[in-house]
Design a protein around this ligand. Structure first.
Ligand code: ATP
Ligand code: MG
Length: 571
């Protein structure tokens, strides 16, 4: 059961329990004060924000305690893994702002693991089981009833050795046999009931090609890889808690094989588990995310609605905001569901400091400044970022024909409407104070044009220009702007916790998760912005140019609104 996290503050939590363990180990002088962690992605998909939580921990601990964090690609299942994933994982970690020490691959250890498996067989700790996976599962028992031994459990060592060799040939049929550890079929920990160490896979491996046909299972690769590399703290998520005794057991065997008694070396990697990140209105399972991509429910792994790091990057989230969010939720021993709104608040807070302010009109109506000379233009100065003077200014062209937001005009306005209505004055941002004089309608009564007169003495920045008017509106000049498409995103799923829902996750997708508005006008300066540049469309929200954008046909992704309007709607 996952409970929804109540905490909604963006403050960093105190030192985590993981850091506390590391500090205790340091205080006890373990491993001569050496700290080594690893981040171990399986290259079978793109990284998502859940991985970012693990990355922040693995790299964060190494950074904080003068250690090193290496990368290890857990590539023990060639049917699902490839180099495209490897490349993108490297790219995403770099984007998040972390530096790894070395890059390792579990496949680097296939020879060593094979040798170890042979030692296990020779010492009576492993055997080849020729039963089907169904038979093996059926004998496993339940947590409260012991399992039954396989009929192959006590076969001669020589037979197992010969069959293990055979497993690693193209002639062996997939599923025809497995290598199992001979541990304890009655152990209350199900992982001890003769776990599978090796299985047969004929799909070529992205690094070792067709050299191998027998591949180690996660449990027979992970701990040993940690040991080979000298990892001191192997930090992972809570679902590995029941694997820990087996992790330790295989390391015991490995030390025994190496003739390493506790007296010679007390080094052993220590597994520590923390809670996974779960976010409302999305899923973190790579299997499900891959299905969304393959079934074209989204445009790709980097679809801005995806919880992937590349999706968030394309949408306009900054790496700093993701790290801030992860710091604020902290690390515990209990699985919980975190509110997507908290992530969005972190994004909003960070982008407010970072974003360049531009003018964009997303629901346009014409405004004509009737007393402004035909053909005249003026370059107005627009401050890029009021939060950071160093970001400078850019110029925006003013002219007689403008676009403004339709919602910024009302013919019969209530008293409190401080935008444009006949007889009232407003300031056009970075330009003049104008007084609305009326509007023109079509035969159906739709407003097609608004008229106003400007006060030439009221130019922004001019001495004494700042007489009091209540409203300030954004605008773009009709002849000095680009027509733009804006993609507006909502939650990818329409239920809060899709992973806990009995229905198929595809049925839970929000059909309204993307809306396209192809009728926007943006100032030229905005049209020239590139993906990676954080923008605020003033008074509207945060946006980023999409990789499909060109200066002539700009396309923007809405990152997040200026306020959390979504929370209100759903009250
Ligand atoms: P899946 O089971 O969906 O394939 P995974 O968890 O197995 O995903 P890996 O690539 O094996 O994905 O994960 C690499 C590391 O990231 C592991 O240490 C894992 O514990 C951690 N991790 C994965 N998902 C999350 C999450 N939601 N929150 C925190 N850490 C995560
Ligand atoms: Mg995994």
């Amino acid at each position: 059961m996952t409970i929804k996290e109540k905490d909604t503050s963006l403050e960093k939590k105190n030192i985590s329990f993981v850091e506390q363990i590391v500090e205790n180990d340091l205080a006890e002088g373990k491993n001569a004060g050496r700290i080594q962690t690893r981040f171990p992605p399986e290259p079978n998909g793109y990284l998502h924000i859940g991985h970012a939580k693990a990355i922040c921990m693995d790299f964060g601990v190494a950074e904080k305690y003068n250690g090193v964090c290496n990368l290890r690609f857990d590539d023990t299942n060639p049917t699902k893994e490839n180099n495209e994933y490897v490349e993108n994982i490297l790219n995403d970690i770099t984007w998040l702002g972390f530096k790894w020490g070395k890059i390792f691959y579990a496949s680097d250890y296939f020879d060593k693991l094979w040798e170890f498996a042979v030692w296990m067989i020779k010492n009576g700790h492993a055997y080849i089981d020729e039963q089907t996976s169904e038979q093996i599962a059926e004998q496993k028992g339940t947590p409260t009833t012991p399992g039954r031994p396989s009929p192959y459990r006590d076969r001669p060592i020589e037979e197992s050795l010969a069959l293990f060799e055979k497993m690693n040939t193209p002639e062996a049929d997939e599923g025809s046999m497995v290598l199992r550890a001979k541990l304890d079929m009655a152990n209350p920990n199900m992982h001890f009931r003769d776990p599978i160490m090796y299985r047969i896979i004929h799909t070529p491996h992205h690094r070792t090609g067709t050299k191998w046909h027998a591949y180690p299972m996660y449990d027979f690769a992970h701990g040993q890889s940690d040991y080979f590399e000298g990892v001191t703290h192997s930090i992972c998520t809570l679902e590995f808690v029941p694997h820990r005794p087996l992790y330790d057991k295989f390391i015991d065997f490995l030390k025994e094989m190496n003739g390493e008694t506790e007296n010679i070396s007390d080094f052993r990697p220590r597994q520590i588990e923390f809670n996974r990140l779960n976010l409302t209105y999305t899923v973190m399972s790579k299997r499900k995310l891959l299905a969304l991509v393959n079934e074209k429910k989204v445009s790709g792994w980097d679809d801005p609605r995806m919880p992937t790091l590349c999706g968030m990057r394309r949408r306009g989230y900054s790496p700093e905001s993701i790290r801030k969010f992860i710091d604020s939720i902290g690390y515990t021993k209990f699985d919980a569901l975190n509110d997507m709104a908290l992530l969005e608040a972190a994004v909003r807070e960070d982008l407010n400091r970072r974003a360049i302010r531009v003018s964009a009109v997303v629901n346009p109506v014409k405004l004509v400044i009737t007393n402004y000379p035909d053909g005249m233009t003026e370059e107005m100065t627009a401050i890029n970022n009021p939060e950071n003077e160093a970001d400078g200014t850019h110029s925006i062209t003013f002219s007689k024909h403008l676009w403004i937001e339709r919602d910024d005009f009302m013919e019969d306005a209530p008293k409190k409407f401080f935008r444009m209505s006949p007889g009232k004055e407003v300031r056009l941002k970075n330009a003049y104070i104008v007084k609305c004089t009326g509007c023109t309608k079509d035969a159906d009564g739709n407003i097609v044009e608004i008229q106003a007169e400007y006060d030439p003495e009221s130019k922004s920045g001019r001495e004494g220009a700042n007489r009091k008017v209540k409203g300030t509106l954004h605008w773009v000049s009709a002849d000095h702007c680009k027509k733009a498409t804006v993609r507006i995103y909502d939650r990818l799923f329409s239920v809060e916790n899709p992973s806990a829902d009995e229905r198929d996750f595809r049925e839970l997708l929000n059909p309204e998760s993307m809306k396209i508005n192809a009728n926007c006008f943006v100032e030229n300066y905005a049209a020239e912005r590139k993906p990676g540049e954080y923008l605020q469309f003033q008074r509207i929200g945060y946006f980023m140019a999409d990789p499909e954008s060109t200066a002539d046909t700009p396309v923007f992704n809405k990152t997040v609104g200026l306020k959390d309007t979504w929370a209100k709607q759903n009250k």
